[in-house]
Design a protein around this ligand. Sequence first.
Ligand code: ZN
Ligand code: ZN
Length: 692
Amino acid sequence: MPVITLPDGSSRTYGQPVAAKKVAEDIGPGLAKSSVGCRINGVLRDLATVIDEDSQVRFVLEKPKGGAPDADALFLLRHSAAHVMAEAIQQIWPGVQLVYGPPTSDGFFYDIRFPEGASISSKDFEQIEKGMAAIVAANKPLTRYEMGDEAALAKLHNEGNKYKVDNAVRALEGKSAGAAMNPATRNHRLSFYATGEPGKDWEDLCMGPHVPSTGRIRAFKIMSLAASYWHGDEDSDRLTRVYGTAFFDPAALEEHLKRLEEARERDHRVIGKQLQLFLLDEMVGPGLILWTPAGAVVRQELQNFIAAELRKQGYLQVFTPHIGKLELYRTSGHFPYYADSQYPPFVERETLAKLSAERASCAELVNHLAAGDIEGYLLKPMNCPHHIRIFASRRYSYRDLPIRLAEFGTVYRWEQSGELSGMIRVRGFTQDDAHLFCTEDQVSAELNGCLSLVKTIFKTLHMTDYRVRVGLRAPDSSKYVGRPELWEKAEQACRQAAATLGIPSTDEPGEAAFYGPKIDFVVKDVIGREWQLGTIQVDYNLPERFDLGYVGSDNQLHRPVIIHRAPFGSMERFCGVLIEHFAGAFPVWLSPVQVMVMPISERHHEYAQGLAAELREHGVRVEVDSRNEKVNLKIREAQVQKIPYMLLVGDKEIQSGSVSVRTRKGGDQGSLPRGEFLAGVRQAIESRRIEP
Ligand SMILES: [Zn+2]
Ligand SMILES: [Zn+2]
């Protein structure tokens, strides 16, 4: 007699096993109609699942009240769409072998092995979509059936698809994602889903779950192709990954495609090239950013802005070198434990000469370095150890604390070449870093100071939509240094500080740094994408490792706490995000060129140069387009360069001592006396206004 308990606490009792669908119908026809699946005791299942024991049931609705799309519903829909796409593809190329087809955060894909000689291109998308449309129009049920493991494996062997056999074995061994959640594999059974009737229609080995029928997939699109490999292993079989997406209604798909198009137009790699903001150069090395003059202006302005804020908060500027001895990083714990994410260490010439005279092998060198019996250097992966040594060089008293040391410090990390992406994922980057050395009592006030700094920055740059993640230890992991009671305290401080922000925050176990918990800022840009930017970390551990102390009011030595913080995160990543956020149209104060003066003809050049000189004298970044070109062309090009102000000067302007003003957004603004224009630009710069 299963008792079904619903999210509102109410319950229904059945005399015999009952399908979830029947429960929905009993509650109301509206619920049954809009349900596409359910969670039974927390596990996502088909609506057709028969419930035979007391269970908590929550129905997954196509359109939940409040309208926000339900991630479960989209998961079911997209997983089902992957089946429909695979069927349509097999109709066109009967010889292809299906490998693996999961839903993703914004769609789905299927990895497919094409037979020798067959291939797919974007020209085939329309035909595949046609095939899918027919399957959707037929509104076929997605029907689950199960088989005992031996019979199922025999069936798959017979069908001759080694990939599916492998999937089945992995599922039975509990190795594939979700296998543990699948009630079938727990009982040495495998499940299949037929699109229609088992034994008669197309089917696929699959754990499910799915939407009840194909008619639910009302909007879908094949998006793109990519090369992939079996098990992601480049030495294994080469596969083709076909990407698609699906939504419950065409308007949502439209919206999604529009957002993707916008993202493409904002791509910082494209705009960065167009506006000559930065370079990646083969000869310099992958993931190493060259800031060209225009990009350097943006970075310098950001650095000036933050440096001024830091001075207000009592920070002290320091500079430290780009390398440090391995001993430093052995003490901090960065080496050798995080060697995989660092450039390899290097050793002094004499050491190298001695080792090579001894005919030491590379492996021996590596072992010596790891063991610490020879000394080497590391490109710094973090600024903290250097700052810590500055703090340790003096004996501070409690009256001196907090000591806040700040540096735009460049660090180097080893990222896989496949992970590198424009300015967002790089191998060398500059953090707007600082380390705050304080007493335990000062931790929460200092955290609040850091948070208010981050808020000021985001507000100035019109990044108003953000949330925070509090990164905590993963339960039972050994990667963390330090005593549990110190971790406890630090995690508590982070949670409390995050709570005072008054914005959404989530606890994220496993996201802590190895030496302490942290608060990460996740910013939503104008088109709704999320970026992880600034970070604040509380650290009770490095002070111990470096044996730091300050003299307390009791004249005894006490351990300070370190707060690590970088509001922008890295200048490279932050600028990359800013380029996309503003689509290259930076606010006036950040624009590499703020004003472009355009003389209408040759005889206006002198006036134009004089005007530019006057603006320059008042700190405005100005250029003169003195090419012998039509003014309309000059305007078009300045517009492409996203220059905030364009000044046209001709006879009329010279006579009246005025300028004709255009803005990149507002077009023609009419004419203004020179002095008035200058005052307006100065005001836009000083107030850090977004648009002129
Ligand atoms: Zn499936
Ligand atoms: Zn640090």
